[in-house]
Design a protein around this ligand. Structure first.
Ligand SMILES: Cc1cc2nc3c(=O)[nH]c(=O)nc-3n(C[C@H](O)[C@H](O)[C@H](O)COP(=O)(O)OP(=O)(O)OC[C@H]3O[C@@H](n4cnc5c(N)ncnc54)[C@H](O)[C@@H]3O)c2cc1C
Length: 423
């Protein structure tokens, strides 16, 4: 009897054949099922394997374009970090000033030892930078630092396009929108910059009190050449203001001012700070608007604590050439509320860095260090952003940056001024 078991159900066959045939049919059926099972399993395995390999290759190859706005110290350092990330296929930089104006910037920056290590790890060769080492800090003219980075950026394999004399505005943001693939804009356009607003971020800032009162002064001496000069800090100063205000304002011994003299030999800056208190002297310096009082304090401070190799300043020179805060004020850290964003329509990430993100209403002479601290998270952020595929991973990368930014502010409020002024 011929058994066409392929076309009959097992029940039909059972009705027309003996036990041996049933066994043979069952064996044939089982072999068939196993074969189908193996084929299906192999297909699934090949599919999963290919998907994994494809996804791995895609992850390996994932790249994006980074646009930096602003060629100040933080913008150019961001650019230097970006060109060294394998995830960055192209870097575009916008700076509204000319290259020569950027390189001519004359004020002095002091780079703290922790940031020196960070910058060394990104290839900054401090031995080839004109400057001065003092207590682990590197002092140089900011233009020298900027010129160095402008020079080395094209030496990396990443494609670099630098646009000097080009202001980033609403039209530029349209150009960025139309770039193909994923892109990240890093807004480093300083405390008055508007690039992030052009991209849709809010300008709103939150002001954090530092718990410290301060005042600053600047003296420019055009007859001097620009020579890097180390800073000088003096602690536990007190002032007798009885010549200016009634005896009620005489020092009651509760104030300990700290003074810092910094800047290069030509542009000298003075910063005065005191922990928030309501002593008579502090109250007088905060409320009495007698300009000569502050001017004389700064003049006396400079002439007493200046470097031994520099000339004193006369009353008349001070009167005509010193700029200063007319009274003491509360030092506050301003933090931009929206410092990260993702625009899904054009696959665009936006972040703010440096003074575009956070800044003090006070000059410590180490201001760029707070901006550099923000950049410690830039490379991992670029890595995360390039690989983020799902809504969840995009949110996670934004959160990573926001938390880092908040941490910088919290730590700076706790330790920053202490480290830059009081130690
Ligand atoms: C007179 C002076 C003296 C200082 N002295 C010291 C000091 O002794 N030590 C110290 O550490 N710090 C000092 N600072 C502070 C220091 O300048 C800042 O901390 C530092 O420059 C901040 O860097 P940044 O890159 O965030 O911003 P910035 O240096 O302000 O750079 C922003 C850049 O963005 C550009 N830009 C703005 N808008 C646009 C746009 N729409 N399109 C394109 N480009 C744009 C600007 O031209 C600028 O080049 C001083 C500042 C001043 C003004």
């Amino acid at each position: 009897m011929r058994l066409d078991y392929n076309n009959k159900s097992l029940r039909e066959v059972t009705m027309t054949c003996d036990a041996d045939e049933i066994a043979r049919i069952m064996y044939a059926n089982t072999t068939h099922i196993s074969m189908y099972f193996v084929i299906t399993l192999s297909a699934v395995a090949v599919f999963v394997g290919t998907k994994k390999i494809f996804s791995k290759v895609r992850r390996e190859m994932a790249q994006m374009t980074v646009v930096v706005v602003g060629a100040g110290p933080i913008g150019l350092t961001s650019a230097l970090i970006a060109v060294q990330c394998k995830r960055v296929k192209k870097l575009v930089l916008y700076e509204e000033q000319s290259k020569s104006n950027v390189e001519r910037r004359s004020y002095q920056i002091a780079i703290q030892s922790s940031n020196v290590s960070l910058l060394r790890s990104y290839g900054i060769d401090f031995d080839n930078l004109e400057g001065l080492w003092h207590n682990g800090c590197f002092y140089t003219r900011v233009g020298i630092y900027l010129e160095y980075i402008i020079h080395v950026l094209p030496l990396y394999s990443t494609e670099v396009e630098i646009n000097f004399g080009t202001k980033f505005c609403r039209e530029s943001s349209d150009v960025v929108d139309n770039l193909t693939g994923r892109k990240l804009v890093i807004c480093c356009d300083g405390s008055t910059g508007l690039a992030s607003r052009a991209l849709g971020l809010s300008d709103e800032c939150v002001m954090h009190s530092s718990g410290i009162f301060g005042a600053v002064a600047a003296i420019e001496r055009n007859n001097q050449t620009l020579v890097p000069t180390p800073e000088k800090r003096v602690h536990n100063l007190s002032f007798d203001l009885s010549a200016y205000v009634s005896s009620a304002y005489e020092d009651d011994g509760r104030t300990n001012f700290t003074l810092k003299i910094f800047g290069n030999s030509k542009c000298r800056y003075l910063a005065l700070a005191v922990n928030k208190c309501d002593s008579n002297v502090v109250r007088a310096l905060k409320t009495v608007l007698d300009k000569s009082m502050m001017r004389n304090i700064f003049l006396k401070c400079f002439n007493t604590y200046k470097r031994s190799d520099e000339a004193s300043i006369s009353d008349s020179y001070c009167l005509n050439n010193m700029k200063f805060s007319p009274r003491m004020y509360e030092i506050k850290l301003s933090q931009r509320i929206e410092s990260v964003a993702y625009i899904s329509d054009c696959d665009l990430f936006i972040i703010t860095e440096g003074e575009a993100s956070r800044s003090y209403n006070y000059n410590t002479g180490m201001d760029i260090n707070i901006g550099l601290k923000g950049l410690t998270a830039l490379q991992p952020f670029i890595e995360k952003v390039t690989l983020a595929e799902t809504e969840h991973s995009i949110m996670k990368s934004l959160l990573f940056k926001m938390e880092h930014s908040d941490r910088i502010c919290t730590e700076f409020l706790k330790f920053g001024l202490r480290e830059y002024m009081f130690l």
